[in-house]
Design a protein around this ligand. Structure first.
Ligand SMILES: [Zn+2]
Length: 89
């Protein structure tokens, strides 16, 4: 079962009405510029469609934090950003 992973990109406090679970689709991000790995995330199908049609990512996915949005846009993992900033020193 992938039950525990289905809503991994939703904040835990979000209200998702029981019985009205939004359809999710697997979306492959671009390759991370640090580690070179793409990531597959489960996203709300309607939100993904809106984003692909030109909606701003923060409008299409208001529940995602900045790091999660960055992952969608560029494929860069939050942990890889940490690696980059450490390299600055
Ligand atoms: Zn990475």
């Amino acid at each position: 079962m992938l039950r525990s992973r289905r809503f991994r990109w939703r904040r835990s406090g979000d209200a998702v009405p029981t019985g009205e679970m939004p359809a999710t689709v697997a979306h492959r991000t671009p390759q991370c510029c640090v580690c070179g790995r793409a990531t597959v995330v489960n996203l709300d199908a309607a939100a993904l469609l809106a984003w692909q049609r030109g909606a701003l990512v923060q409008v299409a996915f208001p529940n995602l934090n900045a790091a999660e949005r960055e992952l969608l846009i560029s494929g860069t993992h939050p942990s890889c950003w940490d690696t980059l900033s450490e390299d600055d020193d």
